[in-house]
Design a binder for this molecule. Structure first.
Ligand SMILES: [Zn+2]
Length: 216
């Protein structure tokens, strides 16, 4: 019996002579899929399982002797462009971020899928920052974006201090965060659409740098 699932290939390991084990993020788990024969040139699945691709996998579900599923067919839905000098840092960063996800859910999976499908898109870097904030949250290192970390008020928000755990009100702030940066942090706690609409590319870059230092 087979079933179809959609997932993103996070990493791969060579297995035996011609096989690979694919570590795949789905909307609710990280699973391992044994892809037999994919190292052979004539393999039909070979070109559809590159790293970070969004793939529809047809898997055999009765293959329980090992802790992985067996791949029957891989259909490529979306993939990153081939790696080159210009995009290698961007691609490596995505892979590093994806590997930090310790728990899986549909929201995380949806944004990871957007990142893969929209690699050249205008919102790519904002999606990436938003994803990091979600990963920190799900990994138990979440920051407070909407109310003061120390007293819980959402009035007179004044600064953002990553070491204190997020946003601070005027009474608890030691310094002032520039208003545009503060606003964008606030909207990270609202929704991706809010964050995208309010944040400039420059502010997003600052936020990405701050959040990624926490993640890595
Ligand atoms: Zn406070």
């Amino acid at each position: 019996m087979t079933k179809k699932i959609i997932g993103i290939i996070i990493s791969k390991n060579k297995y035996l002579e011609h096989d690979e084990i694919l570590n795949v993020m789905t909307s609710d788990a990280l699973i391992s899929i044994l892809a037999k024969g994919v190292m052979k040139l004539e393999s039909k699945n070979r070109s559809n399982i590159s790293l970070c691709s969004l793939v529809e996998f047809e898997i055999l579900i009765k293959y329980s002797s090992e802790s992985f599923f067996l791949l029957k067919k891989a259909t490529l839905l979306s993939s990153l462009p081939p790696i080159n000098k210009l995009n290698s840092h961007k691609i490596e960063t995505i892979i590093r971020i994806f590997k930090k996800i310790r728990d899986h859910n549909k929201d995380i999976f949806d944004i990871c899928s957007s990142i893969v499908s929209d690699f050249e898109g205008v919102n790519f870097f904002k999606n990436q920052s938003y994803l990091i904030s979600m990963i920190l949250d799900i990994n138990g290192e979440g920051l407070s974006f909407s109310s003061c970390v120390l007293c819980g008020t959402n009035q007179d928000l004044h600064s953002f201090d990553v070491y204190q755990g997020g946003i601070l009100c005027k009474n608890h702030s030691k310094s002032k965060t520039p208003i545009l940066l503060l606003k964008s942090f606030y909207h990270l706690g609202q929704s991706l659409d809010h964050y995208i609409s309010i944040t400039s590319p420059e502010t997003n870059k600052q936020i990405f740098n701050i959040l990624s230092r926490l993640l890595f």
